[in-house]
Design a binder for this molecule. Structure first.
Ligand code: SF4
Length: 471
């Protein structure tokens, strides 16, 4: 899996945003050049990409040196998270790109100087970030902006989306504030009601999508994103390890779930309970949980399915098969009986047949070849397996396993005893499909996940590096 290191280089910033999550410890020290490079070297063993963060890395005197070090170490995607102010200077953009950076994430909090500057508390910062975006886009860089949603800018988000489409950014993200740091201290002044700002977020996402810009919303649980579920940002985040002050959080997603976010007892019947992170915990601690209303419908157990059109199959009546079947069954659509991938999948299912039968799951493999070919293939590699021919593709079409061009997508559909489609495996692992199917069935039947913080160890001391904070 592609992994990214998030290197937090320090706490010095040239802005003072009202929602800054490290606002309560700004200017408490920056890591030395040597310490940062050593962390880059260590993280390269597990990560292929890197993002430089915290607080404003571009104002460090050694900024270009760090970017060059990342490139020398072979990081492929080198992202700079920034308030954008230094990149108002085109020459600085060019030098940063020459050093190796190839993706930029400026934080833009309003579409006007009045709005943005009020939130950053840095007069002139809008003019600077506006120029920065122009320079970076003109220089062919991938620009992915981040906007923190506040009481002040929420109703202007559609206007911001129009602005960003005009700016030709590659992607924008709207983030509900994490109420720590300044956002915790200034909660009442800054943090909006999540259900009240959801419609403006949706409108902005619609504008972005219509304008051809990838867009998403962070820290907005699924119950706040009806019709925009595929734009829940957490579904798109790369696997990330966070590195700071000699510590590493090896799995940021697990850390968010264990410590950062909160779900509620009332979430138990929600269809997204198996995958939802819930809001940042500080929000319901202040505002309560009443806004978070469980979403009815068949349980969604896999992030990948939310991003796939086949999610619409959930809950539908399963089309009939030319084979008597009842109880739980898995219908595995494979593209070519006899091919190495399909044979691996068939054999993998055979190795788990006993376990699946013990759970009451019948497996039916469907291939678009002739009955003779499909039967011979199945009997050769998995004697006793149920294999059906679907030469005209009628079954695959009925089960949504064909793409828009009519090509068969490897798809496994789990049908429940009431003949309803309960789950669709859209990212089939052919070599381990038996285990994958068993895990999916068990997850469908799992009780709600534990609430609140877990005792999991999510932060590890990395051991001493050459030096710590350099004041
Ligand atoms: S699990 Fe809870 S927070 Fe998540 S979408 Fe459902 S009701 Fe909302």
């Amino acid at each position: 899996m592609r992994r990214r290191a998030d290197l937090k280089t320090g706490t010095t910033c040239n802005s003072n945003c009202v929602f800054c999550v490290i606002g309560d410890h700004l200017f408490t020290g920056d890591r030395s050049t040597e310490a940062c490079i050593e962390e880059l070297r260590r993280s390269r063993a597990t990560c292929i990409d890197v993002v430089f963060t915290g607080a404003e890395v571009s104002i460090r005197p050694d900024f270009l040196q760090l970017v060059r070090a990342a490139r020398r170490l072979g990081y492929e995607r080198i992202q700079i998270q920034t308030n954008g102010r230094m990149f108002a200077y085109r020459e600085f953009c060019e030098r940063t790109i020459a050093a190796g950076a190839n993706e930029f994430s400026p934080s833009l909090h309003g579409h006007t100087a009045k709005l943005h500057d009020a939130l950053t508390r840095a007069p002139g910062s809008f003019v600077q970030i506006d120029a920065a975006i122009d320079h970076l886009v003109a220089l062919g860089q991938r620009v992915v902006t981040n906007t923190v949603v506040t009481k002040q800018n929420a109703r202007h988000l559609p206007a911001l989306a129009h602005y960003l489409v005009r700016k030709r950014v590659a992607q924008f993200q709207l983030a509900f504030p994490h109420p720590t740091g300044h956002a915790g201290t200034l909660f009442d002044q800054v943090v909006p009601r999540i259900s009240e700002v959801a419609p403006w977020i949706h409108e902005a996402l619609d504008i972005g999508r219509a304008g051809g810009v990838a867009c998403m919303a962070e820290a907005m649980p699924f119950c706040m994103m009806a019709g925009h579920e595929a734009e829940v940002a957490e579904l798109h985040m790369p696997a990330t390890e966070i590195v700071y002050d000699g510590y590493v959080v090896p799995d940021y997603a697990a850390d968010r779930m264990a410590r950062g976010k909160l779900r509620f007892a009332s979430c138990a019947p929600c269809r997204y309970e198996p995958i939802c992170e819930g809001p940042w915990r500080e929000y319901p601690e202040r505002m309560g949980a009443a806004e978070f209303v469980p979403v009815p419908g068949p349980r969604v157990i896999d992030d990948a399915l939310v991003l796939d059109g086949r999610v619409a199959l959930l809950g539908r009546v399963a089309p009939p098969l030319p084979h008597a079947a009842s109880g739980w069954r898995a219908i595995c659509f494979v593209p070519e009986a006899g091919s190495p991938g399909c044979t691996a999948q068939l054999c993998s299912l055979a190795t788990r047949r006993d376990a699946l039968v013990a759970e009451g799951v019948q497996v039916i493999v469907v291939a678009p070849q002739s009955a003779a070919a499909v039967t011979a293939w199945a009997q050769r590699h998995a004697p006793g397996a149920i294999a059906l021919a679907d030469e005209d593709g009628a079954l695959a079409r009925a089960y949504g396993a064909l793409d828009e061009r009519g090509a068969l997508r490897r798809t496994t559909v789990l049908v429940d005893p009431d003949d309803r489609i309960a789950h669709v495996i859209v990212a089939v692992d052919t070599a381990a499909h038996g285990a994958q199917l068993l895990a999916a069935w068990r997850r469908l039947h799992a009780p709600p996940r534990p609430l609140g913080p877990t005792p999991d160890l999510v932060t590890l001391r990395r051991g001493a590096v050459s030096s710590g904070a350099a004041q």
